[in-house]
Design a protein around this ligand. Structure first.
Ligand SMILES: *Cc1c(COP(=O)(O)O)cnc(C)c1O
Length: 408
């Protein structure tokens, strides 16, 4: 993706569209600059350099229908959420534009998306390696409303092509995937989806917009759990959609308001604060994860390491093409099996045993019994000897020492 290589990252001259970037062109458009400034002009009344938390439900009208800035009720729009939504559009949409929408959680964003895109009888292709909650949403919720789904290995565009049907309306991919760090060629799968008349949805949670910008590669909608790297401090739950096509974005915004699972003002503010440091945090997450992957690869008690930065990883070349760096997530299989994998999780100290990911602190978990327990018995079942790490930004030597002692 030459745009990313030439000028740092696609999106550098955001500001050509009204929804993203800085329409007035006041800011140079480097990613870090946009993360700190897009959607966040100093407050007009006070000059406050950070958008206030507009903890309010309703707004005085100047005569019936005389809205100030379009605000009438905070489910429909709230200024703190608007600041975040404009920031999301700038970071993911880039020069091609796009509109950001912020939700109460990643799952709320996914739910809004699937109810906007699909009607009973429609079909979705989902990946064979996906966030457990995404699988559960299709298998246990959407299916009851008549949505058909089937599973394909999205790292193989031909497998996706074979899975599409007449009523396929969406192809859903996650790259890097959770928890096996599989890589999907976004541009290749976009072509397959579009040839079938379907939209390509990319869950970009693991990469974050700093490492990868799917809309620039042909995706139609990007999904995020802002709970993870975007928030970055394990202190907020939120979700996002960024859509490229304005007509689809309008439909999504209609559903966001009609269904109502919006991101609250304080949560929006926390995510905005997190986004300001996304680039520097991701750089350190990536550097630390690369060291952790090397350590694990050389360890006799580890049978397989899943990290797209390793040259042996089957998706390494594609990851190198479509990502700025390889991310902060590392998974591995413990040679002695499931009980040994659980023991590693129990013995880790600096790596905190817990679900979630993407915060500054390192986390360890056993996907089979924790995050992916709901996929047991399905095509998305994960190996029982798998351990997943969210490598934080602590001193890397401390992280390596903790893993060494935990592996015994
Ligand atoms: C956590 C996560 C989600 C769901 O987001 P929530 O904020 O927990 O609702 C979706 N996709 C991926 C890849 C995730 O890691």
């Amino acid at each position: 993706m030459s745009e990313q290589r030439d000028n740092g990252i696609a999106g550098v001259d955001a500001g050509t569209d009204s929804a993203g970037g800085d329409p007035a062109g006041r800011h140079p458009g480097g990613f870090e600059t946009l993360a700190i400034h897009a959607g966040q002009e100093p407050d007009a009344a006070t000059g406050a350099v950070v958008p206030p938390i507009y903890q309010v439900s309703t707004y005085k009208q100047d005569g019936v229908g005389g809205l100030r800035g379009g605000y009438e009720y905070s489910r429909s729009a709230n200024p703190t959420r608007t600041a975040l939504e404009e920031n999301l559009a700038a970071l993911e949409g880039g020069p091609r534009g796009g509109r950001g929408l912020a939700f109460a959680s990643g799952m709320a964003a996914e739910d809004c998306l699937l109810r906007t895109l699909l009607t009973p009888g429609d079909h979705v292709v989902i990946p064979d390696d996906a966030y457990g909650g995404t699988f559960r949403l299709f298998a246990r919720v959407a299916e009851r409303w008549g949505v058909q789904w089937s599973v394909a290995d999205s790292s193989d565009p031909e497998a996706v092509r074979a899975a599409v049907r007449e009523r396929t309306k969406a192809v859903w991919v996650e790259t890097p995937s959770n928890p096996l760090l599989g890589i999907t060629d976004i541009a290749a799968v976009a072509e397959v989806a579009h040839a079938a008349g379907a939209r390509l949805v990319v869950d970009n949670t693991f990469a974050s917009p700093y490492l990868q910008q799917p809309l620039a590669l042909g995706a139609d909608v990007v999904v995020h759990s802002m709970t993870k790297y975007m928030g970055g401090h394990s202190d907020v739950v939120g979700g996002a959609l960024v859509a490229r096509d304005p007509a689809l974005a309008d439909e999504l915004a209609f559903h966001q308001n009609a269904m109502g699972a919006v991101c609250g003002p304080f949560d929006s503010w926390l995510v905005l604060r997190g986004l300001k440091t996304l680039a520097v945090r991701m750089d350190r997450h990536c550097a630390n994860a690369a060291r952790v992957a090397q350590l694990l690869q050389a360890h006799p008690k580890v049978s397989t390491v899943f990290y797209p930065g390793l040259p042996e990883h089957p998706g390494h070349e594609i990851a190198a093409k479509q990502m700025r760096a390889f991310g902060g997530m590392v998974s591995f299989r413990v040679a002695e099996g499931e009980e040994a994998a659980v023991r590693v999780c129990d013995r880790a100290r600096l790596f905190t045993l817990g679900e979630s990911l993407g915060g500054v602190e390192s986390l360890i978990e056993h996907p089979g019994r924790m995050t992916h327990a709901s996929a047991a018995g399905s095509a998305l079942e994960v190996p029982a000897d798998l351990v997943r790490l969210s490598v934080g930004i602590e001193s890397v030597d401390d992280l390596l020492a903790d893993l060494t002692q935990a592996l015994g």
